[in-house]
Write a protein that binds this ligand. Structure first.
Ligand code: TYD
Length: 137
């Protein structure tokens, strides 16, 4: 399936407020529309660095700023939008076939990524011209 920018969604997660500290959670196929096969996280990003800069053919992802803040720019080959993540109780659902870049990481930010697939080098589209070709643009 070919996804476009409007398929990218900022999803609010449950937030159990408590004077002892708040709690949020994610259940697969309930709060996010896929089963989780892998979790990875990005941390200790030096100021000014950019992560991402690729698209995936198959994997769906959900990204939460567990700590700090960063921006994710999504590009479907026709239009682009930047989403700022800075809350532990929401996250960005990014379906496959979309170019993305992550930048403006704050000090001590922690990006948690839930993925629908195991790591696969073959799933990456690394060059932007290849991405446009893949999208038929
Ligand atoms: P990459 O996905 O390119 O990072 P980013 O998009 O955040 O810039 O991954 C960086 C390196 O880590 C690359 O050599 C592949 C490796 N890697 C794994 O081995 N397993 C994983 O689950 C991920 C996400 C990356």
């Amino acid at each position: 399936m070919k996804f476009i920018l409007s398929d990218v969604k900022l999803i609010n997660l449950p937030k159990i407020e408590d004077p002892r500290g708040n709690l949020s959670f994610i259940e697969e196929e309930k709060h996010i529309p896929f089963k989780i096969e892998r979790t990875y996280w990005i941390y200790d990003v030096p100021g000014g660095e950019i992560r991402g800069g690729h698209a995936f053919k198959k994997q769906l992802e959900f990204i939460v700023a567990l700590s700090g803040s960063f921006d994710i720019t999504i590009d479907d080959g026709i239009e682009k939008k930047t989403f700022s993540l800075n809350r532990s109780y929401n996250g960005l659902y990014i379906p496959c076939g979309l170019w993305r870049e992550m930048e403006n990481f704050s000090t001590n930010s922690l990006a948690m990524v839930l993925s629908s697939t195991l790591y696969s080098e073959e799933d990456y589209i690394l060059e932007y011209p290849d991405f446009l070709k893949y999208k038929g643009l």
